[in-house]
Design a protein around this ligand. Structure first.
Ligand code: MRU
Length: 351
C-alpha cells in the first residue's frame, strides 16, 4: 500500500489531456489516468474514478475543454451548438450531483459570450480553470465556518468522502478537520465505511490518515452505537444537491445518520458550496436518485458475496428531509431554521 501524500489533486489539467486520480484504485495505488477525450471523461465520472460533487463538476468542465481544444469547426454558431450537444452528453454521466450541471452550464455560458471560435476556446478553458481554482477557496471558507461550530477535542462522525479528493482542495465536510490540523487543534473523526463502494473506508480513512488526523473507521451498522457511546459532538456530511426547501441528497446512509443523530440529540450538519444549492428543485422528492449496477452490492473486490439471481436495490444516494438538518454550512455562512427563505436569500445575494 502506498503512503498517501497530504494533498493529491483529483484533476490536473495539461492542455491536451487531463490527469484524473483513479479513486477506484485507492487506497492501494495512487494512479493518475491519462484522459485525452470527452468520452474518457464521461467514463471516469460514471465509473466513479472521479467522484464527489465538486470534483465531478471540475472534471466535466475540463471534459468540455478537451473537446473544444480538438474541435476543427471554425464557425462560431455551429461550434456553440456542438458544444451544447457535448454538454448534454457529459450531463448524462451521473444524475444526482447538481454541481455537474452547474459547472457544464457555466462553461457553456462563458463560451456564448465569445466573438469567434478561437475566443470561445479560450473562454471555455479559462472558465474550467476558474471553476477549479475558486473551489479551493470555497472549500477553505466552508471549513472555517464548520470549525466555528466545533471545539478543540471534539469527536465528529462523517459518511462517504466529502474531502479534498472530492473537490479541488480541503473538501466540504472534511475541510474543518484539515483546517483544525493547520491550527494545531485536535478533532477526531469516526468515518462510516459507506457500503457499497466504501468511499469512507477507502478514501476518507486514507485522506485523513495522510494528514495525520485522528480517524477511526466503523462499519455503517455501528453508527448508532458509536454515536451513543463515543461522546460524538456532531455529524458532518457533504451533499450532492440541496433542494429549495433544504431537503438534501447525499450518499446512501446519510438519512439514517440524520435520524440517529436527531434521536440522540446530536447536531447534524450539511456542508456544501452554494453551487450545490438547486433552487429550481422544489423539494427532495424532485431530486433524481442514481441507481447503480447490482454488482456493487453482490460483489466485494470482484468476489460474489450473494447468491446468483438475488434481487438487488442499489440507490447511490438518499434524501435527508430539511427538518433533520441542524444547519447547512456554505462558503458564505451558516443557515438554519427556515431553509426555503434563507437559502434563496443566500443564493440571490451571491449570484
Ligand atoms: O457517489 P459519490 O462518491 O460521488 O458520492 C459522493 C458524496 O455523496 C459526497 O458526500 C458529496 O458528493 C459531496 S463531495 C464534497
Amino acid at each position: 500500500m502506498t503512503v498517501a501524500e497530504k494533498w493529491v489533486p483529483s484533476v490536473r489539467y495539461r492542455r491536451d489531456h487531463l490527469l484524473i486520480l483513479d479513486q477506484q484504485q485507492l487506497p492501494h495505488h495512487t494512479v493518475y489516468l491519462n484522459v485525452t477525450s470527452i468520452e474518457h471523461v464521461w467514463d471516469a465520472i460514471s465509473k466513479l474514478k472521479v467522484r464527489g460533487a465538486p470534483a465531478i463538476g471540475i472534471a466535466a468542465a475540463f471534459g468540455l475543454v478537451l473537446w473544444s481544444n480538438s474541435e476543427k469547426d471554425n464557425q462560431l454558431e455551429s461550434f456553440l451548438s456542438k458544444l451544447q450537444v457535448q454538454r448534454n452528453y457529459l450531463a448524462s454521466s451521473r444524475p444526482t450531483a447538481v454541481n455537474l450541471f452547474w459547472a457544464l452550464d457555466r462553461v457553456v455560458r462563458a463560451a456564448q459570450k465569445a466573438v469567434s471560435v478561437e475566443d470561445a476556446k479560450e473562454k471555455i478553458e479559462q472558465e474550467a480553470i476558474n471553476i477549479q481554482t475558486e473551489d479551493e477557496n470555497t472549500c477553505r471558507k466552508i471549513g472555517e465556518y464548520a470549525l466555528s461550530l466545533l471545539q478543540d477535542g471534539d469527536a465528529v462522525m462523517t459518511i462517504c468522502n466529502a474531502g479534498a479528493i472530492a473537490t479541488s482542495k480541503y473538501g466540504t465536510a472534511l475541510a474543518p478537520f484539515h483546517l483544525a490540523k493547520e491550527r494545531g487543534l485536535n478533532l477526531s473523526v469516526y468515518a462510516n465505511e459507506t457500503r457499497p463502494v466504501l468511499q469512507g473506508a477507502r478514501l476518507t480513512a486514507w485522506e485523513l490518515q495522510a494528514n495525520d488526523i485522528d480517524v477511526t473507521l466503523i462499519t455503517d451498522n455501528m453508527a448508532a452505537h458509536t454515536l451513543k457511546t463515543k461522546n460524538i459532538k456532531a455529524v458532518i456530511v457533504g451533499c450532492d444537491r440541496v433542494a429549495a426547501n433544504g431537503d438534501t441528497a447525499n450518499k446512501i446512509g446519510t438519512f439514517g445518520l440524520a435520524l440517529q443523530a436527531k434521536a440522540l440529540g446530536i447536531p447534524f450538519y450539511v456542508a456544501c458550496p452554494l453551487s450545490t444549492l438547486d433552487l429550481r428543485t422544489a423539494s427532495g422528492e424532485d431530486i433524481p436518485i442514481e441507481e447503480r449496477p447490482e454488482e456493487e452490492v453482490t460483489h466485494l473486490n470482484g468476489i460474489r458475496i450473494a447468491p446468483e439471481g438475488i434481487k438487488v436495490f442499489n440507490p447511490a444516494f438518499d434524501v435527508t428531509p430539511a427538518e433533520y438538518i441542524s444547519a447547512i454550512i456554505t462558503e458564505k455562512g451558516i443557515v438554519s431554521g427556515n431553509y426555503k427563505d434563507s437559502l434563496s436569500v443566500l443564493k440571490k445575494e451571491n449570484s
